[in-house]
Design a protein around this ligand. Structure first.
Ligand code: 4AD
Ligand code: MG
Length: 431
């Protein structure tokens, strides 16, 4: 048995091949039947001639899209075949019949979402899923090569970290103070005292009520935390992690990018050039000077502003030193300026928005408590976390990368929903 890609890539002219897969397309005449067979590696046209299969012609004539089958035949070059090669069928076995496959051309987005389990087989989704796999692999590869341990936080948590309004409450044996993880962070910081450099890729949950092209309620979150780190090194890790992901995708997935109509040269600057680093205050000035957008100092950047800013550069922007009021309680106050924190957002080019959020962590317990209270939290619930600052605290920091955000940018997708197999949003949790 070989894969379809092997039929296409090596010189198989005149050789016998055996392949298996699913009928991607079918058409026929009275004498000939053409099917395009698909497996995970590619597509190849297979031709049945009535002269060879007179008794079975009725079955062959009725072969339906998505039938699974094994085909033995001879490979031959054919410039008219969509992939340059075709297989002249000598023998075949039907493994699983297919009923009328519901997905045909030009279906609505809603219909495809209802049939997501079947739509995954499409050429588009297959390409995205392959790139997604490369991205996950590259993240593991990057952190492990940098000496990080893989570490896991609980998903049931009794604290909030990124804002109470976006928490999913769980009915935990009747208790109501349990939530799904928004981030691993508060349970990761305690572990740097054991492992120093840690990372994870895990689901995070946000009760995101708005319909946007960049928010899911369940997404995969690649997070890292490092002991002894300063603010700049956190940014450096983020930049080289993204460069590594892009490098791997460009190496392994040029065919998939092509399927998606994604111009790979748009991604190359981010591999080859340093990211643009600027402070929030710089960003406001640039938005004013170059885009005519005036934003009052202290307001968070909105999607539209991030979009405008990111289209000015062909590499991601690392925007730092945001106003303290708009950022999470754990971010360290800038020793140079009490009004801002040492937090950084990475904004992808072409308007794809925030892909990483990170920071240096505040180590002053009283400041953390103060800010928790300001945000309406009860600091006593955070005692376990505050202990990280009581027993041998060290400078540290970390970031979280939204994997679907990165996949969306790399693939050039209109919506983040296509960056994950079964997207969950406020409107959809089925199939
Ligand atoms: O900026 P966020 O909220 O930061 C944190 O959760 C930190 N605790 C991370 C850390 O320092 N360990 O989220 C991090 C990233 C965002 O930059 C974005 O890429 C992604 O997670 N993200 C989402 N992705 C998809 N759907 C959503 N609703 C997302 N919310 C955040
Ligand atoms: Mg953020």
């Amino acid at each position: 048995m070989m894969q379809i890609a092997d039929v296409l890539s090596s010189d198989m002219e005149g050789k016998d091949v055996e392949i298996r897969g699913w009928v991607h397309r079918e058409r026929g005449s009275n004498r000939l039947k053409f099917i395009v067979l698909r497996d995970s590696s590619g597509h190849v046209q297979c031709v049945f001639s009535r002269d060879d299969f007179e008794e079975k012609w009725d079955e062959i004539d009725h072969l339906q899209v998505e039938t699974s089958m094994i085909i033995k035949g001879t490979a031959r070059k054919d410039s008219r075949a969509p992939t340059g090669y075709e297989v002249k069928v000598k023998e075949y076995t039907i493994v699983g019949k297919s009923e009328n496959f519901p997905i045909t051309k030009d279906q609505s987005i809603e219909f495809l979402a209802d049939n997501r389990h079947l739509w995954l087989r499409s050429t588009k989704m297959t390409a995205i899923l392959k790139i997604r796999s490369t991205v996950f692999g590259a993240i593991h590869e990057y952190f492990r090569s940098e000496g990080f341990y893989e570490y896991q936080s609980p998903i049931f948590q009794a604290v909030q970290c990124e804002g109470g309004s976006e928490l999913f409450q769980v009915d935990y044996f009747g208790r109501k103070d349990v939530f799904l993880a928004q981030t691993w962070q508060l349970y990761a910081e305690p572990a740097i005292f054991a492992l120093e450099k840690i990372y994870t890729i895990a689901p995070s949950f946000r009760a995101e009520r708005s319909k946007t092209s960049r928010h899911l309620t369940e997404y995969w979150h690649a997070e890292m935390e490092v002991a002894w780190a300063d603010f700049e090194s956190i940014q450096n890790y983020g930049e080289s992690c993204i460069k590594h992901i892009l490098r791997r995708v460009l190496e392994k997935n040029s065919a998939e990018l092509k399927v998606l109509g994604r111009d790979a040269s748009k991604l190359e600057p981010a591999v080859n050039k340093p990211f643009v680093r600027m402070t929030y205050t710089d960003a406001l000035r640039i938005l004013k000077d170059k885009c005519g957008m005036e934003i009052e100092w202290g307001k968070d950047l909105r999607t539209i502003e991030e979009e405008k800013l990111s289209t000015l550069y062909d590499v991601p922007i690392i925007c730092t030193r945001y106003p303290k009021k708009v950022k999470a309680f754990y971010m360290m106050e800038d020793p140079q300026n009490k009004d801002v924190v040492l937090g950084c957002d990475f904004l992808a080019p072409e308007g794809y928005g925030e892909i990483i959020g990170g920071s240096q962590r505040e180590h002053d317990i009283s400041k953390i408590k103060e800010r928790l209270v300001e945000q309406g939290e009860d600091p006593s619930q955070y005692e376990f976390y505050l202990d990280t600052r009581r027993y041998g605290s060290v400078p540290h920091g970390g970031f979280g990368l939204g994997v679907e955000r990165v996949v969306r940018w790399i693939c050039g997708l209109d919506t983040i929903k296509d960056a994950i197999p079964f997207p969950r949003t406020i409107e959809r949790y089925k199939p």
